[in-house]
Write a protein that binds this ligand. Structure first.
Ligand SMILES: NC(=O)c1ccc[n+]([C@@H]2O[C@H](COP(=O)([O-])OP(=O)(O)OC[C@H]3O[C@@H](n4cnc5c(N)ncnc54)[C@H](OP(=O)(O)O)[C@@H]3O)[C@@H](O)[C@H]2O)c1
Length: 334
C-alpha cells in the first residue's frame, strides 16, 4: 500500500516546483491516528512558507499545508478517542502542554497535509462539524479558529456591535460570518473594486475601498462611529488605521503576518479610544471546539472560493497567489 504527497523540494520558492511523490503508507504508532485525506485548504501563511524564508529550514524539503479534513482509516495502540470511519479535522497545534511546531503543520520541520494520508498524534485530531462535508470542514483549523479567537478570545463580540476586517480571504470571511451570527454588523476594508461588490453581496453592511480612501481607518470611523473589533489580517502596516477605526474600549486583534516590519506606534491612538491591541496566534483546542459548537448551532457554512483537484495542486496555489479570492481555496483528494 502506498500514499501520495506533494513535496516542495529543498529551497524551492514556487508552486511550479511541487512534485508528486508515492511513498509507503505509514501505519499509525501508539497514540497516533491515520487520516484518509478528503480535503485540504490553503491559508495566506502557506504562500509565505512557499516563498520562504518564513517557515522554511534551508536545505529541507517540505510537504505543504496545515489544514485537513478526512476520515480516520487506522488507529494506533492506546487510541480510544476515534474509531475507524470518524470524520475529523486537525487542530492547528496539539492539545497538550508539550513542545509543538511553532508554525503548525506544513512549516519548518513539520510535514504538512497535502497528501492522500496523514498520520497525526491523537491530540491533534478533532471531530469535524456534524453539518459540514470535508470541503467545508477543511477550512476550520487555521482560518476559522483564528477568526473565532479574534472575535471571542478577548471580550466576546455581542449583538448590535460593529466588527471590521481586511480583505476577502479566509480569516476575513470567517470573521464576517461569525460576527453576523453573533448579531453584530460587519464592515469590510478591501483594495479591489471587484472585492467591494462581492463583499457587499456576501452580507457586509458597508465596505471601504482603501484605494479610494487611503486613510481608511478614519473613513471607517466616520461611517460607523467607531467599531468594537478590527480583525487586522494584514499586520503592522495597517495597525494605525485599525486603531484609528476603533470605538471607545474597542480592540484590534492583530492577526496578519503579511506586514511584519516593526513600526512606530502613536500611543495617543490607544489613549484616545481606551482601546487595546491583542495578538492572536490561531487558537487553542478549546477555542476550536467552541467554534464547532457555534457553527453547528447557527448552521454556518464557510465561504469556499474554489475547489481544486489533488492533481491540480500547483494551479490551486497559483489561483490563491493571484489574489482576489473570496473565502477559502480548497483541494480535494480523490
Ligand atoms: N496570527 C495567526 O495565528 C494567523 C492565523 C491565520 C492567518 N494569519 C494571517 O492572517 C492573514 C490572512 O490570512 P488568510 O489565510 O485569511 O489569507 P488569504 O485567504 O490568503 O487572504 C488574504 C486577503 O488579504 C488581503 N490583503 C493582503 N494584503 C492586503 C493589504 N495590504 N491590504 C488589504 N488587504 C490585503 C488579500 O486581498 P487581495 O485579494 O486584494 O490580494 C486577501 O483578500 C495573513 O496575513 C495570515 O498570515 C495569521
Amino acid at each position: 500500500m502506498t500514499a501520495l504527497r506533494w513535496v516542495l523540494p529543498p529551497d524551492a520558492v514556487s508552486a511550479d516546483a511541487l512534485r508528486l511523490h508515492e511513498v509507503p503508507l505509514r501505519q499509525p504508532g501508539p497514540g497516533e491516528v491515520r487520516v484518509r485525506v478528503h480535503a485540504v485548504s490553503l491559508n495566506g501563511r502557506d504562500q509565505m512558507v512557499l516563498r520562504g524564508p518564513f517557515g522554511r529550514i534551508p536545505g529541507r524539503e517540505l510537504v505543504p499545508l496545515s489544514d485537513v479534513a478526512g476520515v480516520v482509516d487506522a488507529v494506533g495502540d492506546g487510541v480510544a478517542e476515534f474509531e475507524v470511519g470518524a470524520a475529523v479535522t486537525n487542530l492547528h497545534w496539539q492539545d497538550a502542554p508539550v513542545p509543538t511546531p511553532p508554525l503548525g503543520l506544513g512549516a519548518l520541520d513539520a510535514p504538512g497535509v497535502l497528501a492522500s494520508h496523514v498520520v497525526l498524534p491523537v491530540n491533534q485530531v478533532v471531530r469535524a462539524p456534524a453539518h459540514l462535508g470535508h470541503v467545508e470542514s477543511a477550512t476550520l483549523p487555521c482560518a476559522g479558529v483564528t477568526a473565532w479567537n479574534a472575535l471571542f478570545g478577548g471580550r466576546e463580540v455581542a449583538a448590535g456591535e460593529k466588527v471590521a476586517s481586511l480583505g476577502t480571504g479566509g480569516v476575513a470571511l470567517y470573521a464576517m460570518q461569525l460576527a453576523k451570527a453573533a448579531g453584530a454588523d460587519y464592515f469590510g476594508v478591501v483594495r479591489r473594486a471587484s472585492a467591494e461588490r462581492r463583499l457587499r453581496d456576501a452580507g457586509a453592511a458597508e465596505v471601504v475601498n482603501s484605494a479610494d480612501f487611503p486613510q481608511w481607518g478614519a473613513r471607517l470611523r466616520e461611517i460607523t462611529g467607531g467599531v468594537r473589533n478590527v480583525v487586522d489580517t494584514v499586520g503592522t502596516a495597517t495597525i494605525t488605521d485599525s486603531l484609528t477605526a476603533l470605538a471607545r474600549q474597542g480592540e484590534v486583534a492583530l492577526v496578519g503576518l503579511f506586514a511584519r516590519e516593526p513600526l512606530p506606534l502613536d500611543p495617543m491612538l490607544l489613549f484616545g479610544s481606551g482601546g487595546s491591541l491583542r495578538g492572536v496566534a490561531v487558537g487553542t483546542a478549546a477555542q476550536h471546539r467552541e467554534l464547532i459548537a457555534f457553527m453547528e448551532r447557527h448552521d454556518l457554512r464557510p465561504v469556499v472560493d474554489s475547489v481544486h483537484e489533488f492533481g491540480d495542486a500547483r494551479e490551486a496555489f497559483a489561483h490563491h497567489q493571484r489574489g482576489g479570492v473570496v473565502g477559502k481555496v480548497v483541494i480535494t483528494v480523490p
